[in-house]
Ligand binder design. Sequence first.
Ligand code: ZN
Length: 316
Amino acid sequence: MSKKFPKQAIDLRNPIFNDEDKAREHLESVLWGPQGPTCPRCASYGDRVTKMAGKSTRPGVYKCKDCRKPFSVTVGSVMERSHIPLTKWVLASHLMMASKKGMSALQLHRMLNVSYEAAWFLAHRLRECPVKANPRPLGGKNKVVEGDETYIGGKAKNKAFGPPPEKAPVFALVERDGGHVRSFHVANVNSETLRPIIVKHASRKSYLMTDESRVYPSIGSEFSGHGTVNHSADEYVRLGGFIHTNTIESYFAILKRGVYGTFHSISEQHLPRYLAEFDFRYNGRHMTDAARADALLAGAKGKRLQYHQTNKAANA
Ligand SMILES: [Zn+2]
């Protein structure tokens, strides 16, 4: 292998992208981890689980001794009952996680050689995977949390089909200096909608940085300190580089390039899933592409029900 081959890059020759058995074994190791096959119904594993063998059995099927039901790695996951080969699920997750601005359903449709509708559903099901389990608040003592709002959408080019969709407000918080981002689709931008998000997701021991919107002063007074920047006055950095919201603005720049460049327009209904995808990629930015893809896939389990929330109108 050439030394110039970037360590980050996905090796498309990896058999998990071409060999269905290898793809399934990869998913088994990512979803189940070292404890091995685990029943999706009663969480039994180890000697409570036997591998089913025999010519009439599909590969990768196990039987739980407790509930006496068979299962495979896709049962109870976003992949359950999918007709798309597991190799394509694994490849799609790697492509999405390796593309800084995301990958459109149209491009997945071409690269995976599946129908556009199948690619669209697959991508939305993968967007259900980021795990949001009881996260600790961002920031803390002597740390800075930047908060800012932006508006997504409303740029429909072809107005022959009606007025452009309304812009959807998005609020996001990021912990400065290598921390995580969390973004939220909000009904509108005011202190009633933003305060519950800010105090839940940012430690009040932090310094809060926002713009000069009237929404923030009372919320900011609950924090260790509150710095504000005046965007309209071209005032972006003050106090020796301490008072700014550049981190969250960079994040919004990636999000917007993705939304407008890759997805063209996304409906408000699906916006939370795209935000989850962009947050997850940003928060895993220090991982390799492959590790980030596996981290996404690890969240595929226990998500079967949420998939039904996906709207059938494959137009976002
Ligand atoms: Zn069971």
